[in-house]
Design a protein around this ligand. Structure first.
Ligand code: ADP
Ligand code: MG
Length: 255
C-alpha cells in the first residue's frame, strides 16, 4: 500500500480518465526518486505513458473494427514463394500513400495465392497509420447491404462504410448476386470513386467481371472508375496452400 497522497493522486488521475498515468505513477515515482529525474522529466514520462497506452488502445480498436477474418501480416508472408510478385511494390503500398491519394487496389489471381493475406497485411498497415478500415467478403458485404435495405437502415450502414478510409472487398467473383445486390454493390463502389479507397481481391480477370456485375454496361462503368486510379497486382501462380499440403504429403511418404 502506497502513501495516502499517492493513493489520492491515483484516484484523481482515474477520475480524470488518465488510467495509464495512475497505473504508472508509483513505478515512475520510484524511478524518479532513484535517479536524478526532475519534476518536469517525471511529468513528461508519466504523460508519455498515457499517450502510449492511448495509441495502443486506439490501434487495437481500429483492428477490431476492421473485422479482418484472420489477423495476418507481412512477417508471415513468404515473398520467395511468389516470385512474380514485386515485394518492393507491396512494401510501398504498405506505406498507405495510395489511400491518402484515394487510389484503389486490386489483387487479381487464382485461389490460394495469398490475395486475402496481402489484403489483410495492407489493411493492418492502414490501421497502424491511424486509418479506419473495414474488411468484408463481397458476399457478406452484399448480404449486409441487402439486409440494411430491408430494414430501412441502408443510409446508416452506407454512412458507416463512408467513414472508413479503406474498404476491403475480398473474394469478388466467387458468388454471384441478385440484380438488386449487384446494384447496391455498384452504388457503394462507384460512390467511393476519387473520395476514398477500395481494395478488391478477385479470382476473376477484369474481362470476366461481367459475370458478377450482370451485364456489360454496368461492368464497364464500374471498371472505368475502379481502375482509373488503381494499383493492379496480378497474383497468378500455384496455390500456396496446395503446394504446402503437397510438401506435407511428400514429407509423410518419406517418413
Ligand atoms: P487467396 O486469398 O488468394 O485465395 P490466401 O491469402 O487466403 O489466398 O492464402 C491461402 C493460405 O495460404 C493462407 O493461409 C495464407 O496465409 C497462405 N499463404 C498464401 N500465400 C502465402 C505466402 N506467399 N507466404 C505465406 N503464406 C501464404
Ligand atoms: Mg482469399
Amino acid at each position: 500500500m502506497s502513501d495516502p497522497v499517492t493513493e489520492l493522486v491515483k484516484t484523481h488521475l482515474k477520475q480524470l480518465r488518465l488510467p495509464a498515468m495512475a497505473r504508472e505513477l508509483e513505478r515512475l515515482s520510484r524511478e524518479a526518486a532513484a535517479s536524478d529525474m526532475n519534476y518536469g522529466q517525471f511529468l513528461l514520462r508519466l504523460a508519455e505513458a498515457e499517450l502510449a497506452a492511448r495509441a495502443t488502445n486506439a490501434l487495437e480498436s481500429r483492428i477490431k473494427n476492421a473485422a479482418f477474418p484472420v489477423v495476418k501480416d507481412f512477417d508471415t508472408f513468404d515473398f520467395a514463394a511468389m516470385p512474380t510478385l514485386s515485394k518492393p511494390k507491396i512494401l510501398e503500398l504498405a506505406l498507405c500513400e495510395w489511400i491518402d491519394q484515394k487510389f484503389n487496389c486490386c489483387f487479381i489471381g487464382n485461389t490460394g495465392t495469398g490475395k486475402t493475406h496481402l489484403a489483410t497485411g495492407l489493411g493492418l498497415a492502414a490501421c497502424r497509420r491511424g486509418l479506419r478500415v473495414r474488411f468484408f467478403t463481397a458476399a457478406a458485404l452484399v448480404s449486409k447491404l441487402e439486409q440494411a435495405q430491408k430494414q430501412y437502415t441502408l443510409d446508416k450502414f452506407l454512412g458507416q462504410l463512408d467513414r472508413a478510409e479503406l474498404l476491403i472487398c475480398d473474394e469478388l467473383g466467387y458468388v454471384s448476386f441478385s440484380r438488386n445486390g449487384v446494384e447496391l454493390l455498384f452504388r457503394l463502389l462507384t460512390d467511393r470513386y476519387e473520395r476514398s479507397s477500395v481494395l478488391i481481391t478477385s479470382n476473376l480477370a477484369f474481362g470476366d467481371w461481367a459475370q458478377v456485375f450482370q451485364g456489360e454496361r454496368m461492368t464497364a462503368a464500374l471498371l472505368d472508375r475502379m481502375t482509373h486510379r488503381c494499383h493492379i497486382i496480378e497474383m497468378n501462380g500455384e496455390s500456396y496452400r496446395f503446394r504446402e499440403s503437397m510438401k506435407a504429403k511428400k514429407g509423410r511418404k518419406a517418413e
